[in-house]
Design a protein around this ligand. Structure first.
Ligand SMILES: [Mg+2]
Length: 242
């Protein structure tokens, strides 16, 4: 038995999420300007933060379901400007679809796709995200056998739920699994806490003073991943020889 499952975080591990969200927000705002112009002042002003706080207070569980959270905020904003309930709901869903389309206009980090393709030849790959990117919509199901997001399990990383769901689905013990991610707390501490090996994707070459959990190893460019993962695999295989 050796390393079998490699799970990947998505946002900021395979692409820069801030750029994607900023552009998707711009597209959403243009759509609102065109289709629900009366909501724009509220949506772009202080009012939207108030609505967000209200929704979060009433539905704290939506923190783990960013799609429903965003749709509900837009719906309330539209309703607050005088549209009927059903109309607000329909417009909010249309607006969210526009945002969600933009959410999937990602620009992969260098080497991301070739590395996924290479690793998919040797391991079961899975996607684990706290965000609402859909790996299938991105065509990444040609590499990932399955995936979980926080909305699926009702909890965000670093909670163990998503990692445990992936281990269970793959039928793999944690010490034969490895998680790759950019976030020291959500990814490295979370996966390390359930007993998985971890690779910290540190593209910005940060030098943190403290780490909640040390990663097994780290990379500063995605093309280093196959070798680093192979080193872990060989270490595991060697440890198992009598
Ligand atoms: Mg991330």
């Amino acid at each position: 038995m050796s390393l079998r499952l490699v799970t990947f975080d998505l946002d900021n591990t395979l692409w820069d999420v801030d750029t994607v969200i900023r552009r998707a927000e711009q597209t959403l705002r243009s759509w609102l300007r065109e289709n629900v112009p009366e909501v724009v002042a509220l949506y772009e002003g202080e009012g939207i933060a108030h609505i967000r706080r209200q929704v979060m207070a009433e539905h704290p569980e939506l923190l783990h379901d960013l799609s429903r959270l965003r749709t509900e905020i837009i719906r309330r904003a539209i309703e607050a400007t005088g549209r009927s309930g059903p109309e607000s709901r329909a417009l909010a869903h249309q607006a969210f679809d526009v945002f969600y389309e933009g959410r999937h206009q990602v620009h992969y980090f260098e080497h991301a796709l070739e590395v996924l393709e290479e690793l998919a030849g040797s391991y079961t790959l899975a996607a684990l995200t706290n965000g609402n990117a859909d790996f299938k919509r991105l065509g990444l199901d040609r590499f990932f056998s399955f995936g979980y997001c926080s909305a699926d399990v009702g909890a965000s990383k670093p909670a163990p739920d998503m990692f445990q769901a992936a281990l269970k689905q793959a039928g793999v013990e944690p010490h034969l699994a490895l998680h790759v991610g950019d976030h020291l707390h959500d990814d490295i501490h979370g996966a390390g806490s359930v007993g998985m090996h971890t690779v910290w994707v540190n593209l910005a070459e940060e030098e943190p003073e403290e780490m909640p959990t040390e990663p097994t190893t780290s990379v500063t460019s995605l093309d280093q991943l196959p070798d680093e993962i192979d080193t872990i695999r060989r270490g595991l295989a060697a440890a198992r020889k009598p």
